[in-house]
Design a protein around this ligand. Structure first.
Ligand code: C6P
Length: 413
């Protein structure tokens, strides 16, 4: 049936937070990985090591500490370059996360390239961070937004996509790779090829896929790709925006300040080379270095192995959840990531999450920053379990047992 060969126990041993009682008498079952992941000891150590041994500003000082910090910061950039197979380290911009990456593209590339009459295609399953930046800019520039509809199984209606590309001046397609609610993995390869055939650019939100799917930006030929460090064992406040070099070169800078300039005169300024043109001010040095260590850890375990484990766990969970009485799962795409959003009839999503918490199980409840998607599904909120490399089949069983217990209490009540 499901492969259980992944050495999850030795992985779990690396994550100190997992070995605690959640409440007085129940162990922690952490199933909120789509929101943020836990950190292995190597990553925690890298953070304290940076602050204990070589904390200094980068690109500025000529003293040893600054040189060391700069080497580690730029070394991390190269690790991230390799992680997504970018051609050059100059195409890797450190941001605060996916949200900032998308806003950066909107405010620089978007501001310079989108105008009244143009069409930008988004989808109905986008996270707010890939809707609101475009709405803000569209209100100012007067271009149009269209959202690709979702079919009943949670996949995108690609017929509508082809028609929009054929009939409208589409300038940009900006879409999520893996939905944080439906789990759907969108066929970005085809979407990118079709967009390019019509001269449109593509931005991919890889917040939910970078943590467990091998990504190759050159093979994909994607124009921009954004992801967050904290969803892939790294710290909060750090993420990556990949952009094709020629596009980044042509884009105006976003924030102005130190480090992003070549020369400043009172009459005007010129810009630093890539990637520094887009990294104004003191960057999140510790965050970037530590994210590099998170990537090392992911490589050690193996992204393919992590993906296979997450997929097996998710399939196992979905099979059990599907058999659960009065439970509805949202999304039935053939290719999906490690999330399962569901409702249990008669129990509000937040109450359910709270009751699961009492059983030691951490899940998320709410609209998961996808209000338009929830509105489309005619739901105010869902409860969501999400899985990662340190989760076990036993933990899925624990979730099911807890749901049974809660369900019985509600039935009796
Ligand atoms: N989703 C979730 O619980 P930031 O906050 O910038 O690191 O990531 C934003 C983001 C963008 N796109 C997708 C697909 C996402 O899932 C997220 C973050 C979290 O689902 C927090 S709302």
């Amino acid at each position: 049936m499901f492969t259980k060969t992944f050495d999850v126990q030795s992985i779990r041993a690396d994550f100190p937070i997992l070995h605690q009682l959640h409440h007085a008498d129940v162990p922690l079952t952490y199933l909120d990985n789509a929101a943020s992941t836990q950190k292995p000891q190597a990553v925690i150590h890298a953070l304290s090591d940076y602050y204990s041994r070589y904390n200094a500003n980068v690109h500025r000082g000529i003293h040893k500490l600054s040189e060391e910090a700069t080497a580690a910061y730029e070394g991390a950039r190269k690790k991230l370059q390799k992680f997504i197979h970018a051609k050059s380290y100059r195409e890797i911009l450190f941001t605060s996360g996916t949200t900032e990456g998308i806003n950066l593209v909107a405010q620089t590339w978007g501001r310079a390239n989108l105008q009244a009459g143009d069409l930008v295609i988004l989808t109905e399953m986008e996270h707010h961070s890939n809707i609101v930046p475009w709405q803000i800019l569209a209100a100012e520039k007067g271009f149009n937004l269209r959202y690709l509809p979702i079919l009943p199984d949670g996949t995108l209606d690609l017929g509508v996509y082809e028609a929009l590309l054929r009939d409208h001046p589409v300038k940009l397609v900006s879409l999520v790779h893996g939905s944080n609610v439906l789990g759907t993995i969108n066929p970005i390869e085809t979407i990118i090829t079709q967009a390019h055939a019509r001269g449109a650019r593509v931005l991919v939100d890889a917040a939910q896929t970078a943590p467990h799917l091998p990504l190759d930006v050159q093979a994909l030929d994607v124009d921009f790709l954004a992801f967050s460090g904290h969803k892939m064992l790294g710290p909060t406040g750090i993420g990556v925006l990949y952009g094709k070099r020629a596009l980044l070169e042509a884009m105006p800078p976003w924030m102005g300040g130190g480090d992003m300039i070549a020369e400043v005169r009172l009459e005007g300024s010129t810009w630093n080379e890539l990637p520094y043109k887009f990294e104004a001010g003191t960057p999140h040095i510790a965050g970037a270095i530590v994210l590099g260590h998170a990537v090392d850890y992911l490589h050690q375990v193996g992204i393919d192995a992590i993906h296979a484990h997450v997929e097996a766990l998710t399939q196992y969970a979905l099979e059990k959840l599907r058999a659960f009485p009065r439970l509805t799962i949202y999304g039935d795409a053939p290719k999906r990531g490690g999330v399962a959003a569901f409702s249990l009839a008669g129990i509000h999503a937040h109450d359910l999450a709270q009751l699961l918490d009492q059983e030691g199980i951490a899940v998320r409840a709410g609209h998961h920053c996808t209000q338009p998607l929830h509105r489309k599904l005619d739901l105010a909120a869902t409860t969501r379990a999400s899985f990662y490399l340190y989760n076990t089949f036993e933990e899925v069983d624990r979730l099911i047992r807890a749901l049974e217990k809660i369900s019985h209490v509600f039935e009796r009540g």
